[in-house]
Design a protein around this ligand. Structure first.
Ligand code: SF4
Ligand code: SF4
Length: 329
């Protein structure tokens, strides 16, 4: 099988810039597969609005344009989310929100016209009765009539038949995209054997996940990134646009072609990760590995990256890291 030797991501002809901002580490769901470090903070916000505002201004000034994806914890519990969305919207950025869709649908209505998508993760371990599930899917479908919606089906091995059935049968008329999501065992992500990272599943389940492909919905909207070019070791290239472009990245992860150790990677130059505790890192991988470049309440001391990074890891575990341009050297 030919192997990928380069990923080049663009948005409207310019390098794709993708910032992930985990606004908090507070989430009422507490899913069994989610680490406490993601949801265990009792505070929906750890700083004052002034600190968040200064950080937003710094990002807008430094990167000039880009895509901002807000996540958590659960970002809907963060008290300043609407204000941050307005700031980046006014600066011309594209915006996405990751949420468990646990709030009433009215909570999302402030964002109509401002956010490019809401990405709703389906957690069958918390949405665990027929009544709750019907209500959740109805909310998703209904919201898709006024906000571009992506749905990510978390492939929970404890609800295996159910999540597979949902993934194959869910109505996609009002969705941009329906994605299957393989769970990773985060404590194993940086182990020597990268296959250990998906120990949530049996061999058979893992093989099924290998074959799943995202379902593209019937809604059109802002497409991020607009273009991804993959280069292969036989000298061929493949360029995809729109949802197919992002899908080509997800396929790399799902088919375990996401080991870029030793590559030159543009994280930090074309990306950033802001953690719920205020620690800043070049991307999700560096945050997990506790390699920080500064804190949002001490912006004068941040060591802003100035050059590409040689990847030190066996596994590029997050699609938002995989999507950042990188090349084998
Ligand atoms: S909804 Fe998401 S952040 Fe919250 S506990 Fe579940 S996986 Fe973690
Ligand atoms: S793991 Fe991090 S450094 Fe390595 S390729 Fe992925 S984003 Fe780049």
């Amino acid at each position: 099988m030919k192997k990928v030797t380069g990923i080049s991501s663009k948005y409207l002809g310019k390098p794709l810039i993708w910032i992930g901002w985990q606004v908090n580490k507070h989430c009422p769901f507490q899913c069994h597969y989610c680490e406490e470090f993601t949801w265990g903070d009792k505070n929906p916000a750890n700083f004052t609005w002034e600190v968040y505002e200064r950080m937003a201004d710094k990002l807008i000034d430094k990167y000039k344009y880009g895509h901002m994806e807000f996540t958590g914890g659960e970002p809907l519990t963060f008290p300043y989310l609407d204000q941050l969305i307005s700031k980046f919207y006014d600066a011309g950025w594209t915006i996405g929100i990751l949420t468990n869709l646990g709030k009433r649908k009215e909570a999302y209505k402030h964002w109509i016209g401002k956010v490019d998508y809401v990405c709703a993760s389906y957690h069958a371990n918390v949405i665990n009765t027929d009544k709750k599930r019907d209500a959740w899917f109805e909310k998703l479908d209904n919201m898709g009539t006024y906000i571009p919606m992506i749905c990510r089906i978390i492939l929970d091995p404890k609800h295996w038949d159910h999540v597979l059935n949902v993934f194959h049968t869910l109505r996609t008329d009002n969705l941009l995209l329906l994605e299957p999501v393989r769970l990773l065992a985060f404590h194993n992500v940086f182990s020597n054997d990268k296959d250990l990272a998906d120990t949530h599943y049996t061999l058979e389940q893992n093989k099924i996940i290998d074959t799943l492909e995202a379902r593209i919905g019937h809604v059109t909207g802002t497409i991020l990134p607009s273009e991804i070019k993959l280069t292969y070791d036989d000298g061929t290239t493949e360029t995809n646009e729109g949802l197919e472009a992002f899908n080509s990245i997800s396929v790399l992860s799902r088919s375990r072609q996401n080991n870029f150790k030793g590559w030159s990677c543009d994280i930090g130059i074309n990306s950033l990760w802001v953690g719920g505790d205020g620690q800043i890192s070049k991307g999700g991988c560096h945050s997990f590995d506790q390699k920080f470049i500064g804190d949002i309440d001490k912006l004068n001391e941040v060591q802003w990256p100035t050059e590409s990074t040689i990847c030190p890891y066996d596994l590029c575990y997050c699609d938002l890291d995989v999507v950042i341009s990188k090349r084998k050297i």
